[in-house]
Design a protein around this ligand. Structure first.
Ligand SMILES: [Cu+2]
Length: 124
């Protein structure tokens, strides 16, 4: 009886010690933030196909800076109300297809912390 008790206490103590060791090892991973950033970016790219379409009017195109200003309707995936603002273009080709005054339908997402037009086509 006594021996059995002693053995299981030792087993519990070992389990406890190895849990502590594992917790300690997990918290000193220096690469963790970079890994999480990569995962978030991949998730964003995967979602690009399902982003909601937003209508707007192009107010300015800056091809040199790779940016476009759009007077846009609400953007649900970015929790943004209607406003006029500057976006980065995901692809420079988007800027060639647009000029000020164009009515456009576009999708936008946050890429590396920047609000970016992912797709853009003329018409509402
Ligand atoms: Cu906005």
């Amino acid at each position: 009886m006594n021996r059995t008790f002693a053995v299981s206490t030792a087993a519990l103590t070992l389990t406890f010690l190895s849990s502590v060791a594992m917790a300690g090892a997990a918290s000193d991973k220096p690469m963790e933030p970079a890994t999480q950033g990569g995962a978030a970016q991949e998730a964003g790219e995967k979602d690009a196909a399902t982003l909601p379409s937003v209508s707007g009017t192009v107010t300015k195109v800056d091809e040199a800076a790779g940016k476009i200003s759009i007077d846009h309707q609400a953007i649900p995936n970015l929790s943004m109300d209607a406003m006029t603002m500057v976006f980065k273009a995901a692809d420079p080709a988007l800027l060639k297809a647009a000029k000020p005054g164009d009515s456009v339908t576009f999708t936008a997402d946050k890429v590396n912390g920047q609000l970016t037009v992912m797709t853009l086509k003329k018409g509402k």
